[in-house]
Design a protein around this ligand. Structure first.
Ligand code: PRP
Length: 214
């Protein structure tokens, strides 16, 4: 009997694109496109099983071994630092992690900088490297609002098109890092299902290079 590979997919647009990639390398599960409430989908013949989970939870499922592999943004991986292997950059979900705010917001030196973010660990590490004292204001969404209503001086957040910043008269003040979606693997799963996982990874790599093997 085939050993099942359990894949944690991030709900939303990124997950849909990633699922399409899996489908294109012959690992689809037609049922997964039919119901919007069902959470687990199996294709026994192909030995693959998919879960749809909240993007920020993917690494938790993989680290604990509830999923063998998963797809998570580098933003989530840098923030959570899960104990997993990162096998492949899928080249999807590309964006940038930046410091943003009103023009000149970084120039008032001497006082503690108030930083609003969904990514406190990334922000803390970034400013620790610069030996700059900051106060973190942890938010869960609509981060751009913080500097507009003076909740913070700046934000640390992801920027994709830059539209949200532009429409709110904010700008990128510093670049922290480029972000994209990564294929991550549970460490024990990688030891016990090495050949299946490596085969999957290789097919995805070839698909990314535009040399699809179906
Ligand atoms: C993200 C991010 C920015 C926006 C950037 O928010 O936090 O707000 O996308 O995209 P843009 O550069 O293309 O305008 P998300 O949509 O994830 O929602 P959130 O406000 O709940 O974080």
């Amino acid at each position: 009997m085939k050993r099942m590979i359990k894949v944690a997919l991030p709900k939303g647009r990124l997950g849909e694109s990633v699922y399409k990639m899996f489908d294109e390398i012959g690992l689809g599960c037609p049922e997964s496109q039919e119901s919007s409430r069902k959470l687990v989908f199996e294709n026994e013949e192909k030995g693959i099983c998919y879960f749809w989970v909240k993007p920020s939870d993917v690494a938790i499922y993989v680290e604990h071994g509830a999923a063998d592999v998963g797809i998570a943004g580098l933003d989530i991986l840098l923030e959570q630092e899960p104990d997993v292997f990162e096998l492949l950059d899928l080249g999807l979900g590309k964006c940038r992690m930046v410091v943003a705010g009103k023009k000149g917001a970084l120039s008032g030196t001497g006082r503690t900088l108030r930083v609003a973010t969904k990514y406190p660990n990334i922000a803390k590490r970034y400013y620790a490297e610069q030996s700059r004292e900051i106060e973190i204001i942890k938010l869960n969404g609509s981060i751009e609002l913080a500097p507009i209503v003076q909740l913070s001086d700046v934000i640390v957040d992801i920027v994709e098109t830059g539209k949200t910043l532009r429409e709110n008269n904010l700008e990128v003040l510093e670049e922290i890092t480029a972000i994209s979606a990564r294929l991550i693997v549970n460490k024990a799963s990688f030891r016990f299902k090495t050949s299946e996982i490596e085969k999957m990874c290789e097919s995805l790599r070839e698909r990314i290079l535009g040399d699809s093997v179906i």
